[in-house]
Every structure is written in C-alpha cells, then in structure tokens.
Design a protein around this ligand. Structure first.
Ligand code: NDP
Length: 325
C-alpha cells in the first residue's frame, strides 16, 4: 500500500485528499518509480480547479517528480531498477509511487540531488524552450519577463544573464524585485506600485523590447503588447491572473505588426529526441553552476493543500518541492 493526493472534484486547495492507493506492476513500456521529491508548479492550480480538465475523476495531480526506479515493464531496455530519474509530465506526480511511460523519463547525474531534479524539470525546461526555441535569445536581446521572482522567473533571470541578454523583470513586491536582481535580472519593476509600460519605455529609451514573456495573462496582456518594438514577439505562456478572453487580433497590427504565440512545454518535448535535447541543455547549465535552483519552500507531500494556498496567495518565491518523507 502506498499514498497519493487524490482529487474527486475540481475546486479550491481543499479538494486535494491524502489517500491510500494501490499501484500496479509496470506494464509494457512503463516504469514504476519511488519518488522522493515532487515539484510544485502553477499549472497544478489550473489542473486542480478544472481550468485544464482531466480525462476522468478521481485523479492524482502534479506533473513533476524525481526518485528511483523500482521496476521496469516489458520492452524497457535503456532503464533499470535503481536508476535515479526525473520527469515533467504527464499528470500524476503527487504520489509516493507512480507508474509512468519510460519515454518520459530522464536519467539524472549524481551531481544533481533529487530535490533539485524535482524542482528543475518543468520550470527549467520551460525556460530552455522559451529562450532557445520560441525566440532565439542572444546577447543583444532585450526582453520583458513577468513574475521574475517565481519558479520559472528565477531560472529565467539566471539563464538570461548566462546568455548575456537584457532581462527587464516584474514582480509584486520590492523584496521579490531585490531577489530577482540578485539572481541576474538587469532591471526590476514592482508592477503593483509602478506603471510597468512607462518604466519599460524609459529603460529601453523608448524603443521597447524584442520579446515579452507573459505568464500572468489577463491583468498584464494589453500592457505587455505596449512594451514591444515593431515586429516584436508576444509570448503568452500562462494565466496566473486569469485567462485572456475576447482578444482582438487587430491590436497586433495597431501596435506594430506584432507576432503572438501561446506555447506549451509539452509540444516542445513531445518527441523523445526533443525531451532529451531540452533536458540535456538544462542539466548542463545546472551542473556548470550557471543556473541554481532556488528551493525556497518545501512541504510534506501530504500538506499539498497548504502549498497550493501559499502559491496562489503569491507567498512563494523561486521553486517549491513537496517531499514524500
Ligand atoms: P510562480 O512561482 O511564478 O508563481 C506565480 C506568480 O505569478 C506569483 O508568485 C505571482 O508573482 C504572479 N502572479 C501575478 N498575478 C497573480 C495572481 N492574480 N495570482 C497568483 N499569482 C499571480 O509559478 P511557476 O513558476 O510555476 O509558473 C509561472 C507561470 O508560468 C505560470 O503562469 C505557469 O502556468 C506558467 N508556465 C507555463 C508553461 C508553458 O509551457 N506554457 C510551463 C511552466 C509554467 P508576483 O507576486 O511577483 O506577481
């Protein structure tokens, strides 16, 4: 017998229940994992509320974890019992033990502890595709990156600095702004007390940014478009303040023939070769020390309710890991 968080109905954090579950032996192409650490991500909130509906209820939420392989199913030749591994997706990670398709798993080197692996896979691979695939960030790139003191945000600050690009970040408190600067943001704007559009204009001598990375959605979308140069790229990749609805595409013309994309990590790592390339780059920047994972909060996995409350109340910074104990 093992334990997992189960959701029987969509709703607030309290719908997550710690329950005993039975996990079957791995089928063909699957592995059974004993997880030590599970990553907390904002996407877990969208899944819990039903904004990203799941195929069936009840289900186990969560998309990221790390641990050791207990058993492999038929046809799995490149992994074995005892291997240390980590992954980002599919849903089902808030569990002591889980089954997962072997082709979603990445081996983790001994230099990277389980907690770091659990914290880095989803947020770190996200930054990698945002900076290398969605837009090719170069030393002369100027970007606006919202929520720069969050999990994805602190990784982005360090990766942008590593590339040599200019990252103008936003965050909701002065303390968060200081934190993001300490991790490499070139400039920070407290968007609760300052007009971020006016500040971006000032900081870029009226030119605007090449690219805006916006995971806030509803409350920042229109302002973000005003921070771009003509032909600039608006990357809307999350909706922490609520989804963008009724978007008038003519705005893209009026504001300078802008480009817009709504990417998701899961397209960028759908092919096994893309997953390995993306994870390989991430492991490289983490092992080299260019990107450090800031695990600023840990909770017992069974206390996921509290972790979700803190994340939604904007109390967390950097990454958060849930421990199986
Ligand atoms: P964060 O640690 O960044 O937490 C979310 C942050 O958003 C908060 O800390 C807060 O920072 C900010 N925020 C602004 N408005 C609100 C609001 N109304 N309610 C709550 N928070 C708000 O989370 P993650 O690092 O896990 O994820 C960051 C974003 O990236 C999320 O929107 C997530 O969905 C998205 N994402 C998208 C992916 C993709 O491929 N499309 C993959 C991974 C993440 P502050 O107080 O500074 O404003």
């Amino acid at each position: 017998m093992t334990h997992a968080i189960r959701i029987h109905e969509y709703g607030g954090p309290e719908v997550m229940k710690w329950e005993e579950v039975v996990v079957a032996a791995p089928g063909p192409g699957e592995v059974l994992l004993k997880q030590t650490a599970v990553g907390l991500n904002y996407i877990d909130v969208y899944v819990r509320t039903g904004a990203y509906p799941q195929p069936a209820l009840p289900f186990t939420p969560g998309m990221e974890g790390a641990g050791e392989i207990l058993a492999v199913g038929a046809g799995v030749d490149d992994l074995k019992s005892g291997d240390r591994v980590a992954y980002a997706g599919p849903v089902g990670s808030y569990a002591e033990d889980r089954l997962i398709a072997a082709d979603r798993i990445v081996k983790i080197p001994d230099t990277i502890p389980d907690q770091t692996a659990a914290a880095m896979m989803l947020q770190g691979m996200t930054v990698r595709y945002l900076f290398r695939k969605t837009f090719d960030v170069k030393p002369d790139t100027t970007m606006l990156f919202h929520a720069a003191a969050g999990g994805v945000g602190l990784i982005a600050c360090q990766w942008a600095k590593h590339i040599g690009a200019t990252l103008i970040g936003t965050a909701g408190t002065d303390e968060k702004c200081e934190l993001a600067k300490a991790y490499g943001a070139t400039h920070m704007i407290n968007y609760n007390t300052e007009d971020f559009v006016a500040r971006v204009k000032e900081l870029t001598d009226g030119k605007g940014c090449d690219v805006v990375y916006d995971s806030i959605g509803q409350s920042t979308c229109l302002g973000s478009l005003d921070c771009l140069k003509p032909f600039g790229l608006f990357v809307t990749f999350g909706a922490a303040s609520g989804p963008i609805t009724d978007f008038d595409v003519k705005l893209l013309a009026g504001k300078g023939s802008l480009y817009m994309t709504r990417p998701t990590l899961f397209t960028y790592i759908a092919q096994r070769s893309d997953l390995l390339e993306t994870a390989g780059d991430l492991i490289h920047v983490v092992e080299s020390g260019a990107v450090k994972l800031n695990i600023n909060q840990t909770y017992d996995l069974k206390d996921a309710v509290t972790a979700h409350r803190d994340l939604e109340a904007r109390k967390t910074t950097g990454s958060t890991v849930l421990l199986t104990g």
